[in-house]
Write a protein that binds this ligand. Sequence first.
Ligand code: NAD
Ligand code: UDP
Length: 319
Amino acid sequence: MSQRILVTGGAGFVGTHLCKKLLQRGHQVVCMDNFATGSMHNIAELLNNPAFGLLTHDVNEAVSLEVDQIYNLACPASPVHYQADPIATLKTSVVGALNVLELARLRNIPVLQASTSEVYGDPHVHPQSETYWGNVNPIGPRACYDEGKRSAETLFFDYCRQFGLPIKVVRIFNTYGPHMHPADGRVVANFIIQALSGDDITIYGDGTQTRSFCYVDDLVVGLMAMMSSLPDITGPINLGNPEEYTIRQLADLVLELTDSNSRIVHRPLPVDDPRQRLPDVDKARRLLNWTPSVPLREGLMRTIAHFKSVRATPVLAVV
Ligand code: NAD
Ligand code: UDP
């Protein structure tokens, strides 16, 4: 059945893909964004669609809307961007969550929170399953995001316990793909732009730290599966690709796929950069029948093709 769906942060990287997919499924979409890190270019092709509405609005300000479901994605996600104004990041995570929860409570509608693998911090347990409570530095430069997202999870579960609100919390692991902003600052965007422009590939630290990389189409399928899951499935549920790579391996793969002559250089490792990260996605498999299908090589090729088609911009780095 067609629903009217609010996507906060809908003009960002993940939000753009989600809005498109929801429209393809016949839903109406209200995209709320303040364009802090999102882009009008991302949603330009959607603006003529009568089922798509754009609301330029800060999620930190309360709003009253007639909607049937909410996906709460509004928050800068790249360390460069979320550390640029840490107080705004923390506020968006917490006050933004409160505002969408209040909107959901008034209408008693399902609300999905885009949480993050950062709630596990620099993990002592590997791979990370949802039962792990994490190892987060509460006063470091990443805390505005990590603790903000942790507090948002707390709010979601308190609204569920206190008001019986149908909540859905997913913990998203590193996701990449077309529509990442060229100045996003995250590793996949940086490496591809550096390789395509012949600039040095900047590995922070020795490159032995690990991540897994989920192609955005796979993530969007997971988000929608979570939203349509049974009401008692609240999460938290990990969504990510269960294949682990070192950052050095990622750099080598990007160099190979772009056929680039860029050199690899090393830069200091940012403070509190997690050493190892890998999702245990068993819960998503069992409860949502979800498993990612796009291999890293394939997803990178699609992302490289996208970046080739947009003008390269200098990369951003954590200082
Ligand atoms: P993004 O920065 O591309 O998108 C975030 C969007 O939110 C942008 O369009 C931005 O303008 C908007 N926004 C920020 N502050 C806002 C505010 N106060 N009011 C309204 N809009 C605001 O990031 P993304 O990668 O698309 O991430 C989307 C969500 O998924 C975020 O909540 C992020 O924490 C979460 N997430 C993403 C990843 C990933 O790897 N992409 C991993 C973990 C969690
Ligand atoms: N990284 C890197 N070079 C870059 C950008 C990032 O080596 O140009 C590293 C970063 O230090 C981290 C990993 O890549 O170890 C992933 O960083 P990203 O900012 O993409 O996401 P994170 O998982 O840290 O939030």
